[in-house]
Design a protein around this ligand. Structure first.
Ligand SMILES: NC(=O)c1ccc[n+]([C@@H]2O[C@H](COP(=O)([O-])OP(=O)(O)OC[C@H]3O[C@@H](n4cnc5c(N)ncnc54)[C@H](OP(=O)(O)O)[C@@H]3O)[C@@H](O)[C@H]2O)c1
Length: 399
């Protein structure tokens, strides 16, 4: 989907805009609250939602004072309610309550920061309701890009990316005419194993994989960065956000994470967006768009950046990147199957039951579950089948 690059028409009562943060206890959620609470004149936190961590959610709610909080884990409802006793904050639980929160009338902007396919239904609900969606949950577009695109076309929802690479592309595209893009070039840090000999990949531990050199992120996206699946998911996300086909999206490894991505135009000119690796900046861009709000986030010191280097991604050492391109080219439900199998593979790697090098094997097994599926229910059925296929793969127990 081409983002609506025109500033949305100002609406009365827009500022402070009502914001719902889905996934508030996660890495993006916490940083969103950090940004949002600096701008009370612009942002009113209406709602928070999380998965299981009710204590963190209660602490956030006492600090930020939203109108309502939702915990997806129904078993945590009583604890959360007790923890917020004596406040007037509404408390609810369950997946349906998370979905409803994304459509609440007092919410203008939904920050979609749930991890994994669990974010799809509420993100789609926000798009259907015509909200401005600050999108971190790339899995929504990977699994159901066509559905999200169609829903946005119907409702007029504006999707502003939070992912730093897509925020960079979005910022480079503002003001550019339709049809002027030759190529999108997504930069990748290369992850923690860029220089590690491939013959030692079998011995990679979960702790090593979640220790990203440049970014501090949740466990799942950190492992995805280590396998380069994250970049593959981002390529699929870019296809839906910007309407550019796979053969015009490239990936280049840039270990310093200063250049966040590049748009090459049809006349040979290119634009890049640059800055220190700090997710608060793209989060703020997504919240403030089409404005820019002054903030003291770290600046680049151009005399100290050192050399900025670029190299090709090594698809033989990181086969997940190629699998994601294959799934995008195959289309249909292949990206949904890829995503589901990858979620299983990452969970199994993190719990120590498979090796790092087994991740692409499980993903390949899951891809076999792809079949024609044009509806949300159809895609979620593919998701379930791909999970089963990935779960069924037997591998040697890691040493
Ligand atoms: N972290 C980054 O720097 C970064 C950068 C770009 C894009 N992203 C994307 O942003 C998304 C979030 O990443 P993250 O790193 O912030 O993940 P994270 O730290 O693991 O946090 C995930 C959040 O989702 C919540 N959650 C999980 N299942 C849920 C459910 N069924 N219903 C409601 N909430 C649920 C979690 O709640 P509990 O913890 O309470 O269970 C937590 O608040 C991912 O799609 C990721 O790819 C992240």
């Amino acid at each position: 989907m081409l983002p609506d690059l025109r500033p949305p028409a100002p609406r009365p009562g827009d500022d402070p805009r009502g914001v719902a943060v889905l996934g508030s206890t996660g890495s993006i959620g916490v940083q969103t609250l950090d940004v949002a609470t600096r701008f009370p004149q612009h942002v009113r936190i209406e709602s928070l939602a999380a998965g299981t961590r009710w204590e963190e959610l209660a602490e956030q709610a006492r600090r930020v004072r939203p109108r309502r909080v939702v915990i997806a884990d129904e078993g945590a409802y009583g604890d959360l309610r007790t923890a917020l006793g004596g406040t007037d904050i509404e408390v609810a639980a369950g997946a349906e309550a998370v979905r409803a929160l994304a459509q609440a009338p007092d919410v203008d902007v939904v920050v979609a920061a749930i991890v994994g396919v669990a974010g799809l239904v509420p993100t789609l609900a926000a798009v259907e309701a015509g909200k401005t969606v600050a999108l971190a949950n790339k899995e929504s577009l990977v699994v159901a890009g066509a559905l999200v695109e169609a829903a946005a076309a119907r409702s007029g929802a504006v999707v502003v990316p939070v992912d730093s690479e897509h925020s960079a592309l979005f910022q480079c595209l503002v003001g550019e005419p339709a049809g002027s893009v030759a190529r999108l070039i997504l930069t990748a840090s290369g992850g923690p194993f860029r220089e590690r000999p491939a013959e030692t990949f079998d011995a990679i531990t979960p702790d090593e994989a979640v220790a990203h050199p440049n970014w501090s992120m949740g466990a799942k996206v950190s492992v995805d960065s280590a396998t380069l699946m994250n970049k593959g998911l981002e390529v699929i996300e870019a296809r839906w956000l910007f309407g550019v086909p796979a053969d015009r999206i490239d990936v280049v490894v840039h270990p310093q994470s200063v250049v966040h991505s590049v748009v090459e135009f049809v006349d040979g000119s290119s634009k890049a967006q640059v800055g220190p690796p700090d997710m608060r900046v793209p989060i703020q861009v997504a919240l403030s768009y089409p404005e820019r709000w002054p903030a003291d986030h770290p600046r680049l010191d151009w005399t100290r950046t050192g050399p900025l280097t670029f190299e090709a991604a090594d698809r033989s050492r990181f086969p997940c990147l190629g699998l994601a391109f294959d799934a995008l080219r195959a289309g249909g439900s292949a990206p949904a199957a890829l995503n589901a199998a990858n979620e299983v593979a990452v969970a199994r790697f993190l719990d120590g039951s498979i090796r790092f090098t087994d991740v692409p094997r499980l993903v390949e097994a899951g891809l076999a579950a792809a079949r024609p599926a044009g509806t949300l229910d159809g895609l979620l059925a593919v998701d379930r089948d791909a999970r089963r296929a990935a779960d069924a793969v037997r591998t040697p127990t890691p040493a």
